[in-house]
Design a protein around this ligand. Structure first.
Ligand SMILES: CNc1ncnc2c1ncn2[C@@H]1O[C@H](COP(=O)(O)OP(=O)(O)OP(=O)(O)O)[C@@H](O)[C@H]1O
Length: 177
């Protein structure tokens, strides 16, 4: 197991046996207008879906610096700080590898939003998210973000990567383990 993984604090023994791949997901927030910056993914995993900005954590970086790096690469924004708001675990039928996604918000950033090869960014009202064009899990846990409630969540996906067959969402006091 990747020694940066926090799976051992959240998951049961059965799922801990699976290898986990670490990802980040960052949502820039404009608190004045209650807006969130989403990106339409133009290629790769999640193509044609809106999502926050993120990707795989590289071997030589912390999860948080991976989050800041991916945000910059995909949106042009440089975050001075990011705040962890949630932790997601995804299991796909017929895939032996679990995804561990560290979710962050940031309202402390500089720079200009740019469209990149990977993402076309667009501001959305935080309470009018385009869930029908997002991953199926997003509409399940985004209400926790709106309530400023930290959470851990686990989603089991059917092999179509669209249908959720089981879910657990748990509000937590802290995500520092
Ligand atoms: C299944 N339900 C899901 N719900 C919400 N978000 C999901 C998700 N599944 C994946 N994600 C996010 O999608 C990005 C993929 O990143 P991905 O493009 O694979 O990484 P990276 O940019 O390193 O890829 P390249 O290999 O450089 O193209 C990454 O933020 C990850 O957290």
């Amino acid at each position: 197991m990747d020694n940066r993984s926090v799976a051992k604090y959240v998951e049961d023994a059965e799922h801990l046996e699976m290898p986990h791949r670490l990802f980040t997901l960052v949502f820039p927030i404009d608190p004045v207008n209650n807006c969130v910056l989403l990106g339409m993914k133009k290629r790769g995993f999640g193509k044609d879906k809106y999502n926050g900005f993120g990707g795989k954590v590289e071997p030589n970086e912390s999860i948080e610096s991976g989050a800041i790096r991916e945000l910059a690469e995909e949106s042009g924004l440089l975050a001075k700080r990011v705040d962890k708001c949630g932790l997601l675990f995804f299991y796909f039928e017929n895939d032996p590898v679990a995804m561990e996604v560290h979710v962050y918000l940031t309202s402390d950033f500089s720079g200009q939003v740019i469209e990149t090869e990977e993402m076309a960014p667009e501001w959305y009202s935080a309470d009018k998210m385009p869930f029908e064009q997002m991953w199926a899990d997003d509409s399940r846990w985004w209400p926790m973000v709106l309530k400023k409630q930290k959470f851990t969540a686990r989603f089991w996906f059917f092999s179509d990567m669209t249908t959720i067959t089981r879910e657990e969402i748990v509000p937590v006091k802290s995500l520092e383990f």
